[in-house]
Every structure is written in structure tokens, then in C-alpha cells.
Ligand binder design. Structure first.
Ligand code: ADP
Ligand code: MG
Length: 687
């Protein structure tokens, strides 16, 4: 048996410089190379008559050279090799740029196969820079060729060569990774054949079979690993919160009535909290659906049961806002709440940390600052992470580790399609708020180009004169608390503010917020905006998540085509939070990409976060939310969550069936599966 873990340097043709180039592609071992899958394929297998070729197509022709090969030096650095070829049906010009060496391989009167892209020049077809073969000695044509994703310093040819040699190394010696009975039951191709066919397909049908098998394995292992994590968690002994502490005590005193969906979610949480298994729940709800109040009521239950709560939010603005809302609702019950940010003054920080350890604080709200080592709770019972898509799994678990199996609630407005969420967050239970509070008006969305600028500005004036407030978001700044921010981005915000204040709206009060601004200043600006003293707030995407100012009714997004769909939806969610009709105006560049235009269209057509998520998946394959780094979700080498949705569903039931039959995979027949999953779990822990 061959060792897939051996260094990729042992593959023929892979010398030291290729090793380092491969390493940058995350290819370190023989196994990595074999699973460095092609992005697409060039079908060089079918030969066409010249009469039948079409402009723009990539095609193989078999034709005789009927002219001498001419070399023209057209510029100092540019030579053109030109010849004419013909078959029984027509003629075609062949040209090569800057490849004079080819002249020696092409002989007048001989027949070759050429593969390349056809263009039409005035009245004849031309093929530029084709690859070619002598008849009877086909190396470059006549087959389906893989095209690899990123190649860094490597040419496609050298990656192909390396993969080809890697396949030779394992030929006949590769151990099947899946149990035999699964291959049979689900009609799956063997591993060795699949790897061979995925890289160098003999035909497209075989390639599909290979892909099916590889996707099956990848998704199955992910699913089973998640099921296992969930099972482990359920075995842990958690906290039983006090049955005599009634959530309804708070619910009945709220200034509004909770929606049915909110009540249902609270009931699910209440059950989890009272049970002795640690809660591990994902709360999904579209922007503005009222998730904060859910966390407030849950924290009440924890505190009145004698435990502390931690609430973690991704930005200082959001943490501060939560702090105020929590105080408003919970202070009347004698609950002690504090705020801890990266920017909190050392003296105050020290005091908070001391009180927390002594149990003199009931609820601590904050940013990543909560994760700091010296932040120690006396008796942490409930952990809430808001806008969890901004945190990695590790951060989520790091905060939970500050308690002894505390209950965990993660909240997100990230609209992940339900089916997908159930599967991808297999280790979490899911609650969904699928209803907005009553009397919300639909936000009107318009995508506009530069030509509409004056009309947009007049529209802003009209809204301000009616007493409303405006957000303007300019692109490209990610707030990362405590990290260096790009100076250029900062400049962009300041410039936008200047333009809005001086050139367009001198009569109104315009201010800006951005990530790197001092927390005190930021708080002050947000306070002023909340109190209605600022008419137009220019900002970076720091206001993307969670910010709640019901009087703001217009969201302007500059360069909207540069944002992802999910982010646009989040931004739009900043308005339409009160009783006023609200608007979202997306300014985009009429020359933007096709995908950019699609996004504008989607935003205008729907307000439904789940529809948008589906569209996002479709436009980006995996969708921006599924990037591993942000989520700690599994990274897929071959599966594509959009294309492979049906497969994902069937694999999920396979996983459940296997687990039901052989919990823990102890049976001999599942030994291989056990290995794959252990490997996977090891990887995700070492991330
Ligand atoms: P999100 O789910 O986006 O975090 P928030 O929790 O910020 O939404 O809630 C948005 C706004 O709706 C807040 O002003 C909140 O007080 C209000 N709200 C929440 N639930 C209700 C409800 N049932 N009825 C009326 N307003 C509500
Ligand atoms: Mg929120």
C-alpha cells in the first residue's frame, strides 16, 4: 500500500522549486496532490471538420499544412508564425505568437491535429496559439484535459505532469477509503478509478461518476463528523436552570408584544435551559426580526437561576447598543450589567474583571475583549454570541470554555437556507424566527446609476425635511477592533463625508463613523445619531450588523456593486425598523460585472433573506457565507453546495442511517469510515 502522507517532493518531476509552489496551493503530500481537483476541463477529444467550426469555440481539427511556415517580426518583442492548413472541407489559418521554435516541428504537406480557439478574421477562420500533435503520437489532443484552479508559479502543464506521475505512483496500490458495502449500496466508483477519471477523464460520463463518488465521500465524512460532535455534546452534563424562574415575568412587561415566532423560539430555549443537557442552539432570524430581546429574556432566566451570562458581539457599536437595551429591560429586576470593550480604560477594566470574578456582575456584554484570558466568570451559565457569522467556531468555543458546560446560544441574521443550515450546523440545534414584528413596511429598493444622482439627493432632502435620518455607506472597510485599518479606506470615508457635507448638503448635519475611530468618539456619534441630532451618517460597514435606529429611513449604498448580496441585505436591514416607510438606494456602476448587476436585480426583487441566500449560493457557488475562515465550517475540495444540494440531502440520510445502526462506528465494516472521520476531526481541531 502506498503512503498518501509522504511528501509531495517524492513525486517525479516535482523538484524543490515546484514543491514550494505547490505548498502555496496547500499541497504538501502525495494525497494533497491527488485531491487537488481540476476547476474545469478542456474537451480536446472531439475532432471537427473545418467547415463546421464556429467562432469562439475551442476545438480540435485534423488538417494538412499547405503552406510554408512564415515568420514575421512585427515589433521588437513580437514575432508571428503563420501557416495555412486544410482538410477535405475547408481551410484555416494557424498563428503562433512569440513561439518561433515551433517552425521546426511543422512540415509542409504533413497532417497534424491542432487544438485551440477559433476566431474569425474578415473572411476566414483562424486558430491562435494551438497545441498540436503528430498523427499517431497524440500527447496534447484527443483527450479531455484538466484545468487546475490556481497555479501560482506553475504552468498548467507542470501541474498536469505532476498529477499524472502521482497517479502512476499509486496505481494498483491505493487503498479504498470507503467501506465496500457503501460502494455497492450507493453504486459508487472505487477510489483509484475516481481519482484517475477526475483528473484525466476518458469521457464526460466517467468524469461524472468519479465526481459523484468523491463528493459523496467528502459530504458523508463531514456529516458524520458533525453528528459525532453533536452526540458528544449531548453526553455532557449541563446546567438545569430553575423551573421557577418564569420568562413570562419579563415578557409581560415588555413595551411590545412578542411575535408568535419569538414566543416559539423562547419556549425552545426555555426547554433547553431547564434540561440537563447543555444547550447548543443556533437562532436564525432575518434582520429586524427581534433576536436581541430573545437573548435578553434568556439571560434573565440564567441570572435569576443564580448564574452569570456573557453576551458577545462583533463590533463595539453593537455591543454598546446591546448594553443599553439590556439595561433598559433588565435593570428594573436588579440585574447588574457591565460593558467590556477593547477600548475600555485599564482602570475600569480591572474593576470589571474583579467584580466579575466575585460574582458582582450578572451579565457581561462586550466584543472579542471578553475572550481575554484574565476575564474570569464566577459562575458562567449562559453564553450568547450575536451575529455569529462574524466569529469563528474557535471563538465561540473559547467563550463557552470560561464556564463549565454552559448553555450556548448563537444568533445570526445570515440567511442560510434552512435545509443547508440543518446540515451544515449539524452540531447545533436550530431555532428560526420566520416572522417580522407587525406593522413593518416593506423597504423599497432601487438600484441607480450616476445619472440619477440629483434625483437621489433631492430624495434625501425630502426625507430629512420630513424628520427622517439617512445612512450612507461607502465600501471597502472591514471593522476589526484592535487591528490596523487600511489608511486608504479611512481616507475614502473622510472624502465621502467631505463631499456630502460641503458639496451636496451644506444645510444639514453630516457626520461619519468608521472602525478605527476612538470608541468614545464612535459612541458619541452613534448617540447623537440615535437622538436625531445628525441628519446624515456616513459610515463604513461598521454599521452593517445590528445597529438599530428606527427613525432612519433611507440607506444609501455607494458602489453597491462591490458588496456581496448578504452584506447588502444586512445593510438594508438598518432601515425599516420603525413605523416609517423606508428606502434602500443602491448606487452602482453601469459598467460593473454581470454578477454585480445580478445582485442589484435580486435586491430590487426581494426582501426575503432566505431567497437572497439561495441566490447568493447560485451566484457564487458556495456563497460568501460559507467561506471557512469566517465560520469554521468545513472546507470542500470538490463538493459545491449549490450544485450538490440534492446529494447533500441524500448523504445526510445515509449518515443518520449509519449512525443509527452503528453508533460510534465500532463495527468492523465501518472501520474505514471511522478512520476518515477521525482524520477529519483531527484536522478541524488543529485549524
Ligand atoms: P435583529 O433580529 O436584527 O437583531 P433587533 O433585535 O435589533 O433585530 O430588533 C429590531 C427592533 O424591533 C428593535 O427595535 C426591537 O426593540 C424591536 N422589536 C423586537 N421584537 C418586537 C416585537 N415583537 N414587536 C415590536 N417590535 C419588536
Ligand atoms: Mg441583532
Amino acid at each position: 500500500m502506498v503512503d498518501l502522507k509522504q511528501n509531495v517532493q517524492y513525486v517525479k518531476t516535482v523538484g524543490p522549486s515546484k514543491v514550494s509552489a505547490l505548498n502555496t496551493l496547500n499541497v504538501y503530500t502525495l494525497g494533497d496532490l491527488l485531491t487537488y481537483f481540476p476547476r474545469e476541463y478542456e474537451d480536446r477529444s472531439k475532432t471537427k471538420n473545418i467547415r463546421d467550426v464556429e467562432e469562439g469555440e475551442e476545438v480540435t481539427i485534423e488538417a494538412r499544412v499547405v503552406s510554408e511556415v512564415n515568420i514575421n517580426r512585427i515589433r521588437r518583442n513580437m514575432t508571428i508564425l503563420k501557416t495555412i492548413v486544410e482538410d477535405d472541407t475547408g481551410r484555416c489559418t494557424i498563428t503562433w505568437f512569440n513561439q518561433t521554435y515551433i517552425k521546426q516541428y511543422i512540415k509542409r504537406g504533413e497532417t497534424y491535429r491542432f487544438f485551440g480557439k477559433i476566431s474569425k478574421e474578415s473572411n476566414h477562420f483562424e486558430m491562435r496559439n494551438p497545441v498540436f500533435d503528430e498523427i499517431g503520437n497524440e500527447k496534447n489532443t484527443g483527450k479531455i484535459m484538466p484545468v487546475y484552479p490556481a497555479t501560482y508559479n506553475l504552468s498548467q502543464t507542470s501541474i498536469r505532469k505532476a498529477v499524472e506521475n502521482a497517479l502512476l505512483m499509486v496505481k494498483g496500490k491505493l487503498q479504498e477509503s470507503l467501506p465496500e458495502y457503501l460502494l455497492e449500496e450507493y453504486h459508487l466508483e472505487g477510489l483509484e478509478k475516481s481519482l484517475q477519471e477526475i483528473h484525466f477523464p476518458t469521457n464526460l460520463d466517467n468524469r461524472m461518476k468519479a465526481r459523484k463518488r468523491l463528493v459523496f465521500e467528502e459530504l458523508l465524512v463531514m456529516q458524520m463528523a458533525l453528528l459525532e460532535l453533536k452526540g458528544k455534546n449531548e453526553k455532557n452534563e449541563g446546567i438545569c436552570f430553575d423551573k421557577n424562574v418564569k420568562m413570562s415575568d419579563v415578557i409581560n412587561n415588555l413595551p411590545f408584544q412578542l411575535t408568535k415566532a419569538q414566543l416559539k423560539v423562547l419556549e425552545e430555549i426555555d426547554n433547553d435551559m431547564e434540561s440537563n443537557k447543555p444547550m447548543n442552539r443556533l437562532l436564525q432570524g432575518d434582520v429586524g426580526s427581534g433576536k436581541t430581546v430573545i437573548s435578553i429574556i434568556s439571560a434573565y432566566k440564567a441570572v435569576k437561576s443564580g448564574y452569570q451570562s456573557a453576551i458577545m458581539a462583533p463590533t463595539a457599536i453593537l455591543a454598546t447598543q446591546h448594553f443599553e437595551e439590556f439595561k433598559k429591560i433588565l435593570e428594573p429586576y436588579g440585574i447588574r450589567i457591565e460593558l467590556l470593550l477593547g477600548a475600555t480604560k485599564p482602570k475600569q477594566k480591572k474593576e470589571i474583571i474583579e467584580k466579575l470574578a466575585n460574582g458582582e456582575i450578572d451579565i457581561l456584554i462586550g466584543t472579542h475583549a471578553l475572550l481575554t484570558e484574565n476575564v474570569i466568570f464566577q459562575k458562567l451559565g449562559l453564553v450568547v454570541t450575536d451575529e455569529q457569522h462574524r466569529f469563528g467556531v474557535r471563538q465561540r468555543t473559547a467563550i463557552a470554555d470560561k464556564g463549565n458546560n454552559p448553555d450556548v446560544l448563537v444568533m445570526t441574521a445570515t440567511p442560510i437556507p434552512r435545509t443547508l443550515a440543518l446540515i451544515l450546523y449539524g452540531d447545533l440545534d436550530i431555532s428560526i424566527i420566520d416572522e417580522l414584528p407587525p406593522n413593518r413596511k416593506k423597504i423599497e429598493t432601487f438600484a441607480v446609476t450616476k445619472r440619477m444622482e440629483d434625483r437621489v439627493n433631492n430624495f434625501i432632502r425630502k426625507n430629512i425635511d420630513e424628520g427622517r435620518q439617512i445612512y450612507v455607506v461607502c465600501p471597502l472597510v472591514e471593522e476589526k477592533e484592535d487591528t490596523e485599518e487600511e489608511k486608504a479606506d479611512l481616507k475614502a470615508v473622510k472624502e465621502w463625508t467631505e463631499i456630502y457635507q460641503k458639496e451636496i448638503f451644506p444645510e444639514y448635519r453630516v457626520e461619519c463613523v468608521y472602525g478605527k475611530m476612538k470608541t468614545k468618539e464612535k459612541e458619541e456619534i452613534m448617540k447623537q445619531f440615535k437622538e436625531g441630532n445628525i441628519d446624515i451618517l456616513i459610515s463604513t460597514t461598521v454599521i452593517e450588523v445590528g445597529v438599530n435606529v428606527p427613525n432612519a429611513s433611507v440607506m444609501i449604498v455607494e458602489n453597491a456593486d462591490r458588496f456581496g448580496l448578504a452584506q447588502l441585505h444586512q445593510l438594508r436591514g438598518r432601515v425599516g425598523r420603525g413605523q416609517y416607510q423606508s428606502y434602500c438606494i443602491l448606487k452602482y456602476d453601469s459598467h460593473c460585472s454581470q454578477v454585480g448587476k445580478e445582485r442589484m436585480k435580486t435586491m430590487q426583487e426581494t426582501n426575503d433573506g432566505f431567497v437572497i441566500a439561495e441566490k447568493d449560493l447560485e451566484l457564487r457557488g458556495t456563497g460568501e457565507f460559507f467561506g471557512t475562515r469566517q465560520h469554521g465550517l468545513p472546507e470542500f475540495k470538490i463538493a459545491n453546495l449549490f450544485i450538490d444540494m440534492p446529494m447533500l440531502k441524500s448523504v445526510q440520510s445515509v449518515a443518520l442511517k449509519i449512525e443509527a445502526e452503528d453508533n460510534g462506528l465500532k463495527q468492523e465494516k465501518n472501520k474505514k469510515l471511522r478512520n476518515l472521520i477521525d482524520e477529519k476531526l483531527k484536522q478541524s481541531v488543529s485549524l
